[in-house]
Structure formats: C-alpha cells, structure tokens
Design a protein around this ligand. Structure first.
Ligand SMILES: [Zn+2]
Length: 155
C-alpha cells in the first residue's frame, strides 16, 4: 500500500450547461467545427436577425446569443479552451462522486511502518488520510484500488 494521497475538497458543484453544449459540438470538436457551429448559431440567434423572421421568444433568444458568444470567446482560443476543459473535467469528477461511507478520523488505523492513517475499503484497497491533523473540514478520499469514495467528517 502506498501513502499517495488522493483527497478532494468537498465542493458544491452545480449542474451547468457547458460551452460545448451551447455551441452544440462535441468536447473534442476541432477548432473549425466549433467555428462553423458558432457562426450558424450566432446567425440564428443574433439580435439583429430577430426582425427577419427569427422572432421566437425575444428575451430567450438574446440570452441564447449572449451564451453562444461567451462560449465562442472561450473555445476559440486554444489556451483558454484548455483551461476551460480542465475546469469541466473537475466538475465532471465532482458530479460522479458517490460517497460509499461516511467516516471519522477515529475510524482510521495508523500504519506503523508507513506513518500514515488508513481505512480498509471493501475491495481490499485503502483510503489514506492526509497528514494534516486534526481534520478541519469534511474531505473526500478515494480508494487506491477502486473508484469508491468515502467522506471523512471533522471531529
Ligand atoms: Zn476500493
């Protein structure tokens, strides 16, 4: 067993429509695909176009245009797209959290040799407690073998 720490701070993740959803493209879409989709959508939702027959729900449409424009500004630039992708990934991870057990520090055993505290997962793997002690806030630990997560509450 290793003492690598895989801990995640508890965060209130909120469900959001991603910029990719807004532009109706896949997350691995090429720059060109994103650009084409943006142009098509921007044209459909552009405030100026509403007068020309696209007038279905005015405020909803201009909101849509703002979101489309915002999404494009992020995704058109390679650098900002990368940053955004990373954020998106984190958010997805949070949504996939499935807390298997809720524990307290006292539920952890101390390993003599490795000088860390652990709790055995039902798969045979371990949850390793970070060294900072006492725990000041609720944390989540992932098993080093499987994808289960435990929540550890402060004393
Ligand atoms: Zn496990």
């Amino acid at each position: 067993m290793s003492c690598d720490i895989a801990s995640h701070k508890s965060m209130a993740g909120q469900q959001q429509v991603s910029h990719y959803d807004v532009l109706q493209v896949a997350q691995n879409a090429s720059h060109e695909e994103i650009r084409k989709s943006y142009q098509t959508l921007a044209l459909q939702h552009h405030p100026d176009k509403r007068k020309n027959g696209f007038d279905v729900g005015k405020s909803a449409d201009s909101d849509a245009f703002i979101r489309i424009d915002e999404a494009w500004k992020i995704l058109r630039d390679e650098q900002s797209r990368r940053v955004y992708d990373a954020e998106l990934m984190l958010q997805t991870c949070r949504e996939e959290y499935f807390v298997n057990e809720v524990l307290r520090e006292t539920d952890f055993e101390t390993s003599q040799e490795e000088n860390c505290r652990f709790h055995r997962c039902r798969c045979g793997g371990y949850y390793i407690l970070p060294e900072e002690s006492p725990l000041l806030e609720t944390i989540h630990l992932s098993c080093d073998e499987c994808s289960l997560i435990v929540q550890v509450n402060p004393p």
